[in-house]
Design a protein around this ligand. Structure first.
Ligand code: FES
Length: 548
């Protein structure tokens, strides 16, 4: 939620905390300690006016430059403007059902690990509770930038509710490497505790008793998943970039990279004997989110050659069929999720999601929700880049042709919305990493983009991308539209499948061991592909794979 305090126009007198000001505006700030400085949940990101706020307190020492604890930080001036926002949440456009996924059309049996025998609630056949109320489970897609949770009735398989929020761990950095660095220095597991605090608030708002939730299944990249389970993530940040579970499996200490823990032990406020199951990771940064996507597209039974591209802060790439599967993870950074871009934001109400530049030079936009524009989300940024290119306002190298350093959007908004050359540079690098990842994985597989039968664009961002714009700037290869399927959040879909079906969970455990991990960082051509991919121009679908 955006907060905007014009200090001389309101009764926001010096001495009030930002938390007090938000309360006066009836804006809810996450908290478990009621302004005691203990829970660290009342995070706000200051976008303007830090100079009108009190100096950082000891309780805020862990926070990055732009972040403050709203209960600790006080207004110290009677004039000026302070702009800030809480971690964004809710009403993010999460598709309740993924689109055109094979698992939606093929028969599968509802076969959850949590079952009922009269009033006995059983987990893997062992009694953990007694209740006659409906039994529920949670699936979570734990992303570096956004978190999506879905509540399901385990007796019917129906979706009861879903929720989403910006990952509050942003205070520890916007990408996985920064989070690993933060967690390695911080022995108090603050990243995990803060996330669990936000998750708890989301669970409290669900329309069922949290004690009637008996399993939580987590998909997420290797770092996000292991942080949630309070594992040491140091080894994921160091070459050869392996989760502790992967290392232990290699040493024969465990038979799978999947994780199980009691909810009570992790602080998740559902039934204390509920199980938290982390889907297996593939290898390195190719995590449980990629594994969940494989389940969602039914790769274990797929005859055709399919590609899955789940664009995010870490883009997951999967290529193959039931006989041969390759996977890679691209450290694309948060630019296409609205991070590292001056006016970027996640796909939430207030985000500009579509942009067109008209013949007279005016800009036509579509904003999510019935609200003034606050920023531009990923699909809007792709549209904007494409339109700047189409109207010759931007060159393929990302420079404005008129010599200016920014392009302003004349739209209804409380603050100016624009794109700078520095933003374009961030987006170019994110695109370059994604394209390079695609080139490497197809090259190693021995096929060109032309040879793929289905190209799934996964993720909330992928669902709303304009395909034509994406092809024009070269975010996706120039393959026929009929091969491209925008499937929505395949990772949460896969997590739901694993929650609802023991057979699917076992299928995934087996499949995960068969995947070949393409290590991008070690690939000799990665840098060449990256440099080429940074240019804003279409990516041709046919090339001769070097391994063919
Ligand atoms: S409200 Fe708990 S730290 Fe601010």
């Amino acid at each position: 939620m955006q907060l905007h305090f014009n200090l001389h126009q309101h009764d926001f007198t010096a001495g009030l905390s930002l938390f007090d000001c938000a309360e006066a505006l009836q804006i809810k700030v996450p908290t478990s300690c009621r302004k005691q400085g203990k829970c660290k949940e009342c995070l706000v990101e200051i976008t303007e006016g830090m100079e009108f706020l009190s100096p950082r307190t000891a309780e805020e020492a862990h926070l990055g430059q732009k972040f403050r604890l709203s209960c600790r930080c006080k207004i110290v001036s009677d004039t000026g403007v302070v702009r800030c926002h809480t971690m964004r949440r809710g009403e993010m456009r999460i598709e309740r059902h993924a689109f055109e996924l094979p698992t939606r059309t093929k028969n599968w049996r509802l076969d959850p690990c949590v079952t009922r025998d009269g009033d006995r609630i059983l987990l893997d056949g062992v009694e953990i509770a007694r209740s006659t109320a409906p039994i529920h489970g949670l699936a979570m897609d734990l992303g570096t930038t956004t978190v999506v949770i879905r509540l399901l009735n385990l007796e019917t398989g129906e979706v009861v509710a879903d929720a989403s929020f910006e990952n509050p761990q942003r205070f520890g950095g916007s990408d996985v490497m920064a989070r690993i660095h933060f967690d390695t220095r911080d022995k108090s597991k603050l990243l995990q505790r803060t996330l669990v605090g936000y998750l708890s608030h989301a669970i409290e708002e669900f329309p069922v008793d949290p004690q009637a939730i008996y399993e939580l299944v987590i998909a997420g990249n290797s770092t996000m998943r292991d942080l949630f389970f309070r594992l040491c993530v140091h080894s994921i940040g160091q070459s050869p970039y392996r989760s502790i579970t992967e290392l232990e499996m290699e040493e024969g200490k465990r038979g799978t990279t999947s994780l199980c823990e009691l909810a009570g032990k992790l602080g998740v406020p559902i039934h204390p004997k509920a199980r938290v199951y982390g889907l297996p990771i593939i290898s390195g940064h190719v995590g449980a989110d990629a594994a969940a996507c494989m389940l969602a597209v039914d790769l274990a039974n797929e005859e055709r050659t399919v590609a899955v591209m789940d664009i995010g802060t870490n883009t997951e790439l999967i290529l193959g069929n039931k006989n041969k599967i390759f996977a890679a993870s691209c450290p694309a950074g948060p630019a296409f999720e609205g991070g590292a871009v001056a006016c970027g934001m996640p796909g939430l109400p207030g985000a500009i999601e579509k942009i067109k530049i008209l013949d007279d030079g005016s800009v036509q936009v579509a904003v999510i929700g019935d609200t003034p524009a606050e920023g531009i989300c990923g699909s809007g940024l792709v549209d904007l880049l494409s339109e700047l290119l189409r109207t010759n306002r931007m060159a393929t190298l990302g420079r404005f042709e008129n010599g200016e350093d920014r392009f302003a959007l004349d739209v209804k908004s409380d603050s100016p919305i624009y794109l700078t050359e520095s933003d374009i540079n961030e987006l170019a690098q994110a695109k370059g990493a994604n394209v390079a990842g695609l080139r490497v994985i197809f090259n190693d597989y021995g096929i060109s983009f032309d040879d793929v039968d289905v190209f799934y664009l996964a993720g909330g961002f992928g669902r709303h991308l304009n395909v034509e714009s994406s092809k024009r700037i070269g975010l996706i290869p120039n393959i026929p539209d009929e091969k491209i399927i925008q499937v929505g959040n395949a990772a949460i879909e896969g997590a739901c499948m694993a929650l609802l079906s023991r057979a699917k969970r076992n299928e995934l455990e087996t499949m995960a061991r068969r995947v070949r991990h393409c290590r991008l960082e070690a690939h000799e051509r990665f840098f060449d592909f990256f440099v080429e991919g940074c240019q804003f121009k279409p990516v041709e679908a046919s090339f001769k794979p070097e391994n063919a």
